[in-house]
Write a protein that binds this ligand. Structure first.
Ligand code: ACO
Length: 323
């Protein structure tokens, strides 16, 4: 028995904002953004919410998997930018797609969210609780970004990606190894405050919070922790870097991806990227890239793939799976 990804889907808002568009909003340039991050353009929502994007991606993943919404037993939405505190996004998605037999809940592990969602689904399946799941990463980060802060607003984009996973009988390998971690002591390196204490006994102004980041600290964390975590997941899978066909990493910054490849002594051509077109979409980056690779036929059955996410928390994780 093993867990396989049997379908993928993704959804991006129509509006595309280029680096030149960014330069009209804040003091920046296409050259600066490209050189420091690898990003050229990103999609920004003018209408879609986290739940509508998630539902669009979910419909496509279900179609790809050949499953009906009613067959789904578990929905996990990874997001750090929901529109609603209540109800959770996963329940909104359940309602939109008509997955009446599913349990549904959200999970927030920022840019590691999709990966943590996948491993949570895997845990339920190994325990025999559910046979399948819809795991989604969906973000509308454009609404939690300070559009006057050039050091953050140019980095992010909106979008959603989804995967249908299923526990299958037989010898065909699927999920082979997982490694995850968190370091809450560094949490304020990448933060976004929400509502602060406010009640009849304590009065605080209710002001919206925005994403704040110490970019250099995040860079150091990612380039140190991600290769270690991938090595650990590979050890758990009893494989080595050379056995892997593709490394699908969180798309935060091209320099982080290059540094991770170098530390792993892996060929950079095994690290596909789409961040030039979509920017950093936090929990959505891995499933959107996975869907693009799947639909373009760049992943073949039997390929060994590493997925690795890292971000606010600070959180990080990697898994090794056979497609
Ligand atoms: N355009 C032009 N200049 C800018 C911009 C911008 N958009 N943003 C910052 N600058 C300026 C700064 O004001 C600073 O100017 P100064 O020297 O006059 O003070 C200068 O550029 C250098 O700023 P740094 O913050 O030191 O720039 P750095 O080289 O570290 O690059 C970056 C910033 C790209 C964020 C980098 O730190 C990085 O790659 N960090 C990794 C973090 C990351 O990718 N986060 C994404 C989200 S988190 C996640 O997904 C895990």
């Amino acid at each position: 028995m093993t867990m396989k990804i049997i379908g993928t889907g993704s959804a991006l808002p129509e509006k595309v904002a280029t680096n030149f568009d960014m330069a009209e909003i804040v003091e920046t340039s296409d050259e600066w953004i490209r050189e420091r991050t690898g990003i050229v353009e990103r999609h920004i929502s003018t209408e879609d919410t986290v739940s509508t994007l998630a539902a669009k991606a979910a419909f496509k993943a279900l179609e790809d998997a050949g499953k009906s919404a009613e067959e789904i037993e578990l929905i996990i939405v990874a997001t750090c930018s929901p529109e609603m505190e209540l109800p959770c996004c996963a329940c909104q998605v359940q309602s939109i797609i008509g997955a009446s037999n599913a349990t549904a809940f959200d999970l927030n592990a920022a840019c590691s969210g999709f990966l943590f969602g996948l491993s949570t689904a895997y845990g339920y399946m190994c325990a025999g609780v559910y046979k399948n799941a819809l795991v989604i990463g969906s973000e509308v980060l454009s609404k939690i970004i300070d559009w006057t802060d050039r050091s953050t607003c140019v980095l992010f984009g909106d979008g959603a990606g989804a995967a249908v996973v299923e526990m299958q009988e037989g010898e065909d390998p699927g999920m082979l190894g997982i490694a995850q971690g968190a370091d809450g002591t560094k949490g304020m390196v990448l933060s976004c405050p929400d509502r602060v204490l406010n009640n009849p006994y304590v009065k605080n102004p209710i002001e919206p919070g925005y994403v704040q980041m110490d970019g250099q600290e995040v860079y150091k964390f990612a380039t140190r922790q991600v290769p270690n975590c991938i090595q650990k997941a590979l050890e758990n899978a009893k494989l080595t870097v050379d056995d892997i066909d593709l490394f699908v990493l969180h798309q935060a910054n091209i320099r982080i991806i290059e540094a991770v490849a170098k530390r792993l002594k892996a060929d950079l051509s095994k690290f596909p990227t789409n961040l030039a077109r979509v920017g950093n979409m936090s929990s959505a980056t891995i499933p959107v890239l996975l869907d693009e690779l799947n639909k373009e036929g760049k992943i073949k059955r039997g390929d060994k793939i590493v997925l690795s996410g890292f971000g606010a928390g600070l959180t990080y994780g990697a898994c090794v799976l056979v497609w």
